[in-house]
Design a protein around this ligand. Structure first.
Ligand code: 2P0
Length: 353
């Protein structure tokens, strides 16, 4: 294509991540700086992921974004921060065959169009913002020829949504809270790649795909303002747990991994209850799933399955291997029989990473 009729585009796909040591609470709301480190597992590509296409053309007059087929406003500070950070790092691009030449300076005036799809319920506590913002930052960085490594990109994705910084890597990922006021050292690092512990099987039991009532952003703000327990958690509990969780992952020690993940999920929900007004993310079904897993693990004498719940009632169940996953599914289907064929789709099964 020639003249100003060209369109240049990039498409990327990013899986979501599930925190096993949770992020909850910010020390800086604009830069999205957390009050503790967190550790997550990134799911396999293809399951619970976001696909994003970004395009640039001299014919575009405004930056625009469509989420799941619907245009939404890009005026929010978070999007704007990501776009600004990426534009300032854009570099020259040239494709002689197509007659496209974009200089670093051009990027400031070129507008982008962004189209993004989730293959799972948005805002039902399944970390849709994590995959979404990571994918947006990654695809725009490719489009704009940004030559930064993944850790720098993670610091940009972080400004879109905290948990997004962890989705830039596969495998096991730590988001280091950092010390700097400008957030430059609040980045994600990979602890182990996707091959390190590939026996793990993650099963997501969708208890409800309804939108959650309290957004993570406002929920954690209320927690930081009103909960005494969060201070104890961030200062005393999480730092020790992070060390132990890193060890458990390095050694593929499933019993330790499971105990730490379950305890951290439970404390996160305890901190939500300790908030004023209290935040209830889990429901009766979530509690029944916890009891069922706890009973089974106790009966076996050693943990077979770990559970973790984010800002919603859906259960993320991590089993040690395929055999344990099969037994878990049997148990789930026995205790929570699907009421319709459609319910069967709710048992999303995916290998880790
Ligand atoms: C996590 N969650 O570590 C925790 C556990 C939910 C429970 O990160 O305000 O959507 O965009 O930084 O990242 C959800 O919080 O919040 C979250 P913002 P985000 O995965």
């Amino acid at each position: 294509e020639s003249g100003d009729k060209w369109v240049l585009s990039v498409t990327a796909q990013t899986p979501t991540n599930i925190a096993v040591i949770k992020y909850w609470g910010k020390r800086d709301e604009d830069l999205i700086l957390p009050i503790n480190d967190s550790i997550s597992v990134t799911l396999d590509p293809g399951h619970l992921c976001t696909t994003t296409s970004v395009a640039v053309s001299p014919a575009f007059t405004h930056d625009r974004i469509w989420l799941n087929g619907k245009e939404v406003s890009l005026s929010g500070g978070r999007y704007q921060n990501c776009l600004r950070e990426l534009r300032s790092r854009a570099t020259n691009y040239e494709d002689e065959k197509k007659g496209i030449k974009i200089t670093k300076k051009d990027w400031e005036n070129l507008r982008v169009h962004i189209v993004s799809y989730n293959n799972f319920p948005t805002a039902a506590g399944l970390a849709s913002s994590a995959a979404g913002l990571a994918c947006l930052v990654f695809s725009l960085a490719k489009l704009m020829n940004v030559k930064e490594d993944h850790s720098k990109l993670s610091a940009i994705a972080r400004q879109g949504s905290g948990s997004a910084c962890r989705s830039l890597y596969g495998g096991f990922v730590k988001w280091i809270m950092g010390k700097e006021e400008n957030g430059s050292d609040s980045i994600a690092v990979q602890l182990a790649d996707e091959k390190h512990w590939d026996d793990l099987v993650i099963i997501i039991a969708v208890v409800s795909s309804r939108q959650k009532e309290t957004s993570s952003t406002s929920g954690m703000r209320d927690t930081v303002e009103t909960s005494a327990l969060i201070k104890h958690r961030a200062k005393e509990v999480v730092p020790k747990r992070i060390v132990k969780m890193e060890e458990a992952i390095a050694k593929r020690d499933f019993p330790a991994f499971s105990r730490l993940a379950c305890a951290d999920s439970n404390q996160f929900h305890a901190v939500c209850l300790d908030t004023l007004p209290p935040i209830f993310y889990m429901n009766d079904t979530s509690h029944r799933i916890i009891s069922c897993v706890e009973k089974w693990n106790r009966h076996e004498g050693t943990p077979q399955v770990a559970y973790t719940f984010d800002a919603g009632p859906n259960a993320v169940l991590i089993s040690q291997n395929r055999k344990a996953a099969t037994l878990l599914l049997q148990r789930l289907l026995f205790h929570f029989p699907p009421q319709s064929d459609a319910d069967l789709d709710s048992y999303v099964i995916g290998d880790k990473t």
